[in-house]
Design a protein around this ligand. Structure first.
Ligand code: NAD
Length: 281
């Protein structure tokens, strides 16, 4: 099953990165969002990013042109002809459930429905569709054009055919696919988000300043980014949401979100995307 046309739902941090990467690799891409300003912002982010990558000779002129031709829409009209749908909307189970019902109703019967969720159960998303064998996790990393990994998550009923097809698509995008079974946070966020959350506890308890916490992890553990700067890059709302899923679904309070993380999200300080998180941008 060769996949050619990709329909991306959500044009935020991840959606625009996935759209860009897929278009540069030669897929025909349509990017959908309910928010027109997000679509405009996504187009401008993509055009700046491909120009930079082209100047650095990381992508070809053809790749750049492909990315500048991504279709944008706020309806499901063009989903019918898509082979692969990648949902990258806000991390919220009720919202994703609603979107998966809509995708199942609107996409062609053979289309694969993938989610870029950071933590939500693929088996539960598959269960609201009529095609659980064609539902799968394609967990790209941020920033998508630069990061090599795609974690491929199989729900309980995901078929081998679906898994093979999305691994091939990820490889065509220049990524390395690593398989994981469906469990809250999968491999990546089961390990990463509790570490980021712990850094917020350390800040909250005034054990060190934001700079001290990030320097210790950078210089002492060889992490390229400190945990607070990384949380800002990911989005504090995303980190909070992942911790809530880990705590609820694994039933263990060791995953409780730091109160400071809740406060930052309540105040709308979500990190880079809003210009303020643990740092100012
Ligand atoms: P974001 O807040 O930057 O973007 C979310 C987008 O979804 C927004 O543009 C919003 O308008 C749109 N949206 C909301 N409801 C919608 C609907 N019904 N239909 C279409 N679009 C809708 O979020 P993000 O950081 O891009 O995260 C998207 C997904 O990717 C989440 O599931 C998140 O967990 C996952 N993810 C995020 C990261 C990260 O580092 N930010 C990494 C890996 C995976």
């Amino acid at each position: 099953m060769a996949l050619e046309k990709i329909f991306i739902v959500g044009a935020g941090t991840m959606g625009n990165g996935i759209a860009q990467t897929a278009a540069v690799a030669g897929f025909k891409v349509t990017m959908m969002d309910i928010d027109q300003t997000q679509l405009e912002k996504a187009k401008s982010v993509i055009s700046k990013s491909v120009e930079k990558l082209f100047q650095k000779e990381k992508i070809s002129e053809k790749g750049k042109e492909n990315a500048l031709q991504i279709n944008t829409t706020n309806t499901y009209q063009e989903i019918k002809n898509s082979d692969l749908v990648i949902e990258a909307a806000t991390e919220n189970f009720d919202l994703k459930k609603k979107i998966f019902i809509e995708l199942d109703e609107n996409a062609g019967p053979e289309a694969i429905l993938a989610s870029n969720t950071s933590s939500i159960s693929l088996t539960q998303l598959a269960a609201v569709t009529s095609r659980p064998d064609k539902v799968i996790g394609m967990h790209f990393m941020n920033p998508v054009p630069l990061m090599k990994l795609v974690e491929v998550i199989r729900g309980l009923d995901t078929s081998d055919e679906t898994t093979e097809a999305v691994i091939k698509a990820a490889e065509k995008m220049g990524k390395v696919a690593v398989e994981a079974n469906d469990s809250p946070g999968f491999i990546s966020n089961r390990i990463l988000c509790p570490m980021l959350n712990e850094a917020v506890f350390v800040l909250q308890e005034d054990i060190g300043s934001r700079e001290a916490i990030d320097e210790v992890m950078k210089l002492g553990m060889n992490h390229p980014l400190g945990p607070l700067a990384l949380a800002d890059l990911i989005g504090l709302d995303v980190v909070l949401s992942v911790m809530e899923v880990l705590q609820a679904d694994l039933g263990d309070d060791k995953y409780r979100p730091a109160y400071l993380l809740r406060k930052m999200v309540a105040a709308g300080h979500l990190g880079r995307k809003t210009g303020r998180g643990f740092y100012e941008y």
